[in-house]
Every structure is written in C-alpha cells, then in structure tokens.
Design a protein around this ligand. Structure first.
Ligand code: URA
Length: 430
C-alpha cells in the first residue's frame, strides 16, 4: 500500500477500506508516514468527508493505537459523559455524584482546560488536597466502594489522537465532523464505559456553530458508538451564553455544591437532570426516563446527591471549606450595565476569555492557574436590565484592567425589545 494512493483516493471522493485507514493510522503513529502526507490526507477528508463506516474504522484504528481502560473489575453498568467544551460547564461535578447517588457507576477520566473553556480536573484541583492522579487500582476500588471516581488519564490513551489533533490544529482541519467524531469517540471508547452521554454545544465559542452541523456530529458519534455495542445519547445544547452563573474554577465548584443542594440555576439544573435521567435509565436504575428524572430531582432536593459529592471529594483527599469562605480574592468588581433593555446574548467565548485573562484559565499548557478568580453572572438571557445594574461580578486578584473590561463589554448584547429565555437542550439524538 502507498500513502499517496490513499490520499488520491480520498481526494477523488472514494471510500477508504478498513485496511487503508489502519495503514495510515498505524504508519503515522509508528513514524513511518510523514506529517506532510497525513496533512494532505486530513485535508482530503475535510473536503470529501467520510461515510459512517469509514468514521467507525478510523475510530477503531485510533482506539487501537494505545491503552484501553479495563473497567471489568467494576460491578454494574458504567456511565460516562463528555462535553464538546463549554464555558461555565461544571456538569461533571454535579452529574457524577448525582447519578452515583442513583446507583449508576461513574468511572470518569477527565481533562484540563485550555483557552476559554475550563476542565473538570482544574475544578477538582481547586479544592484543597483533592487528588486527580489516582492509580488504576485506586480508581477502580473507589468506584466499587462509593460509585464514583474522577481522575486524569494514566498511560497512553489514543496516542493517535494527540498526534492527529496537533496536526489538525496547524493545517486548518480541526472543524471536520468525521475527524471530530472519531477523535472524541476513540477517547470515550478507550475509557471503557457502557453508557455514554455526549453534550454537543452549539453557539459562540463552541466547535459547532449551526444546529445542522451539531446534528450531523451527534448522529455520527451515536452511530460509531452503536458499531461498538455502546449505548450513546447526544444532547445538542445551547451555548449562546455560559452555563449557570459561575465561570472560574472555585466559583464553579461552589455553584455545583449549590446545585447539588437543590439551589442551582435553572439551565444547569435542567441540563444535569435531563442528562442524568438518560444515564440512570440506561444504567437500569429506573424503569422509565420519567422515573429516572424524578429520581434525579429527588436526590438533588433530599441531600443525597450532595452527600455523595462530599463522599467523593473526601475519598480523593479533598477538604471543602464552608461555603461562606469558599472564595477569597482581593477584589470583587461589579461590572455594570451602561444600557437599559433586555439581555439578548452573553458571548460565552468572551466570558471564558475574561476568566482566562484574570488568571483562571491557561493560554498555554504550562500556565499555572489561579483557582479563585472568575466571573459570576448576575443577568442571563431574557432578563431585564436598567442602567447601573450589575451584569456580573468579576473576582480578581489583580486590578481589573481595560482589556478585561472591554472583553466583558463585548460579551453582553442588550436590546430594547423583550427576549425569550432560550431552551438549554435543543435536541436529543440516540
Ligand atoms: N474535542 C476533541 O476531543 N476532539 C476534537 O477533534 C474536537 C473536540
């Protein structure tokens, strides 16, 4: 087989065989095929697309490139979730303990944040003492004992994705739907869960800009999951504004605790309980989706979900301070409205960038983050605003400069007419 023939075949819009796809992925990981040929191949895929069979074959080839987590020592049905990257997205911190409190097994490998989106590991590490570098044995034992563990990746999971993503990043081929689908699904499948819920964000700052693209990505990921015998559900969700009110590591942990105590913001509660209902139902802990949702709401309101969160954080070595002492910063700056009207949009990208510029996120992988800083929204889409109302509090440990203020200024779009509250879940594909 010759790489140039495979590039030309895809360039002309023909289907690639499993053998050809394996040849490319294995050859690239082994260093036998150079970057320039794989770049050309990625660009051909970008323009010509892939069939569902090709996407499944690519996912399998990527999955086989590295280690797989063996969860067979965990009894019961294992559930997992993945978000394509949100601002203010603290759902794992809520969903994990919530579904574990309902009897599902949560064995979750999470990542760090980069750029304007946050990562679950950074949020967990903002809790004093909380360990995310569990050994495989600790990870499995903890799930068997308390139903939940969240850790960073150990070993080499899907090395092909690391190589391909780095190349896609510099060749303009990141936004290819089959490439995104196989990248996400290879990592999810390597993590070993039986039930996978995917949160596909659409809107400003999200990978998917239109509902059509989000639908196609969701459909392909569900189809890939099916071909591996997994139960996959994709939720297409709105990101025309950040999720909930809190953006920033410690602020988000606090909002997660409030949500687990039954006092969460409406959009966050709806998203978490809807995704939870699928996880609980497919983990066979409730007879119907409706019963599963009722169970999730009950656990949020009766303290059991919060108790599971506390158990989970304690098991990972974390110590939670009182909520009244949860955030300590030098300044809480009220960012005020200069215009009256109704909030039409809160650009998630700008709010994420604000948090990053405050020190709450990383521009490069090496950056050290300040867990305390961030943004606490006081108004969301559809709310009425008068001049001088606080739109958001900025939690800062350095003076809030003009760059941060102008990023925030551009985030809020206020109009004179009334605006409806957006739906958080736009479609569910399974
Ligand atoms: N997230 C991933 O893991 N991979 C992509 O290609 C895009 C988003």
């Amino acid at each position: 087989m010759r790489m140039v023939d495979i590039i030309e075949k895809k360039r002309e819009g023909h289907f690639l065989s499993v053998e050809e796809i394996n040849f490319v992925i294995q050859g690239y990981v082994q260093g036998k095929i150079p970057d320039y040929q794989v770049s050309a191949w990625l660009m051909a895929i970008f323009f010509q697309g892939m069939t569902d069979q090709e996407s499944a074959a690519l996912t399998k080839a990527m999955l086989e490139s590295g280690d797989k987590i063996d969860l067979s020592k965990i009894s019961g049905i294992k559930v997992d979730k993945h978000s394509t990257g949100g601002v203010g997205d603290k759902t794992t911190l809520i969903l994990g303990p919530l579904v574990a409190a309902c009897g599902a097994k949560v064995a979750k490998l999470s990542g760090r944040g980069l750029g304007h989106t946050g990562g679950t590991l950074d949020k967990l590490e903002s809790i004093d003492g909380c360990r995310i570098n569990l050994t495989e044995e600790e990870f499995i034992n903890q799930v068997n004992q308390i139903g939940i563990a969240v850790a960073g990746q150990t070993g080499e999971i899907v090395p092909a994705d690391k190589l391909l993503y780095a190349l896609r990043d510099v060749t303009g081929t990141v936004p290819s739907i089959p490439l995104i689908a196989s990248s996400i699904m290879s990592k999810k499948l390597a993590s070993g869960a039986d039930v996978i819920c995917l949160d596909v964000k659409i809107g400003d700052g999200a990978f998917m800009k239109t509902i059509e693209d989000a639908r196609e990505l969701s459909r392909i990921m569900v189809s890939i999951g099916e071909s591996f015998g997994k139960n996959v559900t994709a939720f297409i969700t709105d990101m025309d504004q950040p999720l909930g009110h809190a953006i920033g590591n410690r602020l988000e942990v606090k909002e997660a605790i409030e949500t687990l105590s039954g006092n969460g913001p409406e959009d966050l509660v709806e998203l978490c309980t809807d995704i939870a209902s699928h996880m609980i139902y497919y983990a066979k802990q409730a007879p119907t989706l409706e019963a599963a949702k009722a169970m999730a709401l009950e656990k949020l309101n009766n303290g059991e979900a919060l108790a599971k969160f506390n158990e989970f954080i304690t098991a990972q070595g974390g110590a939670l301070p009182e909520l009244s002492h949860f955030i300590e910063v030098k300044e809480i700056y009220p960012f005020k409205a200069k215009k009256a009207g109704f909030v039409k949009q809160i650009k998630a990208l700008n709010i994420g960038l604000t948090s990053m510029k405050l020190g709450g996120g990383r521009e490069t992988k090496e950056d050290v983050i300040d867990p305390m800083v961030g943004v606490l929204l006081q108004k969301k889409i559809g709310e009425k605003v008068s001049i001088g109302d606080t739109l958001a509090f900025v939690y800062a440990n350095h003076p809030v400069d003009s760059d941060i203020l102008s990023t925030l200024e551009d985030a809020f779009f206020i109009v004179e007419y009334q605006v409806d509250k957006p739906k958080i879940i736009l479609e569910v594909i399974s």
